[in-house]
Design a protein around this ligand. Structure first.
Ligand code: ZN
Length: 496
């Protein structure tokens, strides 16, 4: 493992802590995945990219990450206090589909969008409906501990009794007395001993679509239970990192902590990481506000708030330009700036891959060498400081300046010495591709066509057919490529 001291902000302790894996080099990483009843939107994009970067960087440092991200295909109700309809069943009724058809359809589109964003697949992607026996076993264990009770075929977690020994609310910083007085009187609440109790298992009505036999009759699991069942099954009763969006901190993650402590007498995860929310033109995203944008709408530009389409890599780059614990505001101006930045980075990647070390005799320019060394150190230090991709990208641009200077001949590669030159090129490529997960978006077919057009351009130039030269140049420009007439060759770059 590389000798980096990684620090991460633990939501549980509210401070940055040095990361110590429970069983190095293995790292267990659990992230709450989507409830699959609609197209993935920006609210899915940010945690996916945040924890993909965590996974990538830990892997880069030499850890062996087991990344578990679940698919919620049952139990997530429309209300937040164990009331309302199952979100997937509701959609299935509306569209006259089987609930599992809805879950399959949106699992597929989620995978398509995550692949477009170049996120690594999780090591395990368990589904809630595939873990009903495990969830029933958990309910039984919590009942046995005396921390749950059954009413009319439903089982509720006894939060007040649990709180006598283990404080409830330590993740979100909520106090139980305030929760008691602030809760609303809703459906099902009549069965609960206390308003802060939550459902582990719910009795299903006759018309309810997704239900299973249990020791308490026919019913379905409470939403929070699946993550405890699946994380403990695949990562153990205590694992390294639990991640998710800040909106899941309460009640979902708080309940996971309570469930884990109730049956295993320990916190399920050592470190809790939460990405901050996104806003759109300064407003919270919401269906009722008309600013709800799916990832596909961003990729195609097909939304009234969007001035143009933004490619998946532009979105990925944009999300990485903010630290994951900061809020991030989407606007056309910000996305257009991100598109420019992404193209600069990728033009640099093409150049970095093409540069060769020049073996000419030259004195080593120690000033240049030390500038490069310090940018490399700073880029790693930023990632080691709670995965600060925003700062790391800043240092990457300093490396890019050097690469561009070598390319244009302002800086001689020979004056860096072979070792520094290689380190500059390697670090840049590693950061862009491996750590930040940015890639060129062109296909092989496009590459072939650009090569062909440049050949025709070169022939037209030799034949002094300037009308043809201008036509090809303009045509490529309209597709987003700039022709570059170099001293000894013709090249191209993305228009920034
Ligand atoms: Zn979860």
């Amino acid at each position: 493992m590389k000798s980096h001291q990684l620090k991460l902000y633990n939501t549980l302790s509210r401070q940055k802590e040095e990361f110590q894996a429970i069983n190095p080099p293995f790292v267990g990483l659990y992230v709450c995945g989507p409830t699959v009843y609609g197209d993935a939107h920006l609210g899915h994009g940010r945690p996916a990219i945040t924890f993909d970067t965590v996974n990538r960087y830990l892997t880069h440092l030499g850890y062996r990450v087991r990344y578990v991200r679940n698919i919620t295909d049952v139990g997530h109700l429309t209300g937040d206090a164990d009331e309302g309809e199952d979100k997937i069943a509701k959609k299935a009724k509306l569209e006259q589909l089987e609930p599992m058809e809805v879950a399959q359809q949106y699992t597929d589109t989620y995978h398509r969008d995550m692949a477009a964003l170049n996120t690594w697949k999780p090591s395990i992607e368990p589904r809630a409906t595939g873990h009903i026996p495990e969830q029933i076993a958990l309910v039984e264990a919590i009942l046995k501990e005396g921390l749950a009770y059954e009413v009319n075929g439903s089982v509720y977690f006894d939060t007040l009794k649990y709180n006598e020994k283990t404080p409830y609310g330590k993740l979100s910083g909520r106090v139980i007395d305030e929760l008691m007085s602030g809760s609303r009187d809703l459906d099902g609440q009549g069965e609960k001993r206390n308003a802060v109790d939550f459902a582990l298992w719910k009795n299903a009505s006759v018309e309810h679509l997704m239900k299973w036999d249990s020791p308490w009759g026919v019913g379905f699991p409470g939403w929070h239970l699946e993550c405890t069942a699946m994380s403990s099954k695949y990562l153990g009763t205590q694992f390294d990192i639990h991640g998710g969006g800040m909106d899941l901190m309460f009640p979902h993650h708080e309940c996971e902590i309570a469930q884990g402590n109730a049956c295993n007498h320990k916190d399920p995860a050592r470190y809790w990481m939460h990405n901050n929310m996104i806003t759109i033109n300064g407003q919270k995203m919401g269906k009722s506000l008309g600013n709800f944008i799916t990832l596909q709408e961003l990729f195609t530009g097909n939304h009234k708030l969007l001035a143009q389409a933004y490619s998946p890599m532009t979105i990925r780059y944009f999300i990485l330009t903010a630290h994951y614990r900061s809020t991030l505001d989407f606007s056309n101006d910000a996305l257009q700036a991100a598109q420019k930045g992404y193209k600069k980075i990728i033009n640099g990647l093409r150049i970095a891959k093409s540069l060769l070390f020049d073996e000419a005799d030259a004195l080593v320019d120690s000033e240049q060498v030390s500038q490069i060394e310090s940018s490399i150190t700073a880029a790693y230090r930023a990632m080691d400081d709670d995965f600060n991709t925003a700062q790391a990208i800043g240092h990457l641009f300093n490396l890019l300046k050097k690469i561009n200077s070598i390319f244009t001949g302002q800086l001689s590669a020979a004056t860096l010495g072979k070792e520094t030159f290689d380190k500059l090129i390697q670090t840049y490529i590693t950061f862009v591709e491996e750590i930040l997960g940015l890639m060129e978006e062109k296909s092989d077919v496009q590459n072939g066509m650009i090569d062909l057009l440049l050949k025709l351009y070169s022939e037209a130039k030799t034949a002094r057919d300037y009308a043809k030269v201008d036509e090809i140049r303009a045509g490529l420009k309209s597709m987003g490529f700039v022709v570059k007439d170099m001293k000894d060759k013709i090249d191209w770059a993305y228009e920034e």
